[in-house]
Design a protein around this ligand. Structure first.
Ligand SMILES: [Zn+2]
Length: 303
């Protein structure tokens, strides 16, 4: 059987006269790729789909791969209908047609969101690692590129030997804004408290971070690196708009999923997705955004 792609048609204008059409906002055609992950992808891709669709800004299709170890040759994806691809995939290699189609999409300026463990994938695919800028696990080490972290007011590259990718125990932590002017960031607080989540550290890769948006300090007391780690950033890759969001470790169910129920996570996913697809952010800063001392949750994945 072929892979599953679920398409939904939204007839926003069905009951509307033609004169309204010129003023209607077209939802952003989005493809979420999932189906294999060392994470709970059955929860994460539904949460992402709900967050995006509940905003009214996105029209989401799902590409769900065969299970790990199964024949991947039929998992051939057509990227042409989409303005945005959200990667929630960490698994077996895609067929060459899909790799080539994805690279063509990205190199033609397509929008991409790299979500959490998607940056663990494909450690031996150089172009994919350029698209992520930083990744972890899957045998990454000094041969994958430098560590990149925030030190003395700037991002530094550290070529010392060691593993690529780690995290301490899950906990709540404060995000530190590093770029108040980027469209994703305008109006968002410089410091806000994220709900319980992993804090990725010691990631490595080509390191072609374009704009660092948020970092967080990885405390050694929680099993972390003792460094200020880049967690939300854009990637310098030709004319592509790539938004890399390392937050959002999936919980056991949609109901128990604090890292993705965090309002800060959801707002960053929404703003980063719109920016990646269009280059602009039209969303107002919501009044339920977390503060430096108070976590905020949207348990139903909508405001
Ligand atoms: Zn995780």
């Amino acid at each position: 059987m072929k892979h599953s792609i679920f398409r939904k048609s939204i007839f926003l204008l069905a009951a509307c006269c033609l004169c309204c059409a010129a003023f209607a906002i077209q939802p952003i055609k989005t493809l979420i790729i999932t189906g294999q992950n060392n994470h709970n992808w059955k929860v994460s891709h539904v949460a992402i789909e709900q967050i995006l669709e509940n905003s009214g800004l996105f029209d989401v299709d799902l590409a769900i791969s065969p299970s790990a170890g199964q024949d991947m040759s039929g998992f051939v994806l057509d990227f042409k209908p989409y303005l945005l691809v959200v990667l929630d995939y960490n698994g077996d290699a895609w067929p060459k047609e899909t790799n080539d189609g994805f690279l063509e999409f990205v190199r033609n300026g397509g929008g991409v969101v790299i979500y959490h463990a998607a940056d663990n994938a494909f450690s031996n695919w150089p172009a994919f690692n350029q698209i992520c800028a930083l990744g972890g696990w899957e045998n990454r080490d000094e041969n994958s590129g430098p560590y990149v972290y925030w030190k003395d007011g700037q991002l530094v590259k550290d070529y010392s030997a060691g593993v690529g990718g780690s995290h301490g125990r899950q906990h709540e932590y404060v995000l530190n804004g590093r770029d108040a002017q980027h469209p994703v960031m305008k109006g968002l607080p410089t410091r806000w408290k994220h709900a319980q989540d992993e804090l990725y550290d010691r990631m490595r890769g080509p390191g072609n971070v374009k704009d660092l948006l948020y970092s967080a300090f990885s405390e050694k007391s929680t099993g972390g690196s003792g460094r200020e780690e880049p967690l939300v950033f854009t990637v310098d890759y030709g004319k592509a708009r790539i938004f890399h969001l390392m937050l959002g470790h999936a919980g056991e169910s949609l109901e128990n999923n604090p890292a993705m129920q965090c309002t800060g996570f959801q707002v960053l996913l929404l703003r980063g997705s719109e920016w990646a697809a269009t280059g602009a952010v039209t969303q107002a800063v919501p009044d339920d955004f977390p503060t430096e001392s108070t976590v905020s949750l949207r348990k139903n994945y909508k405001k």
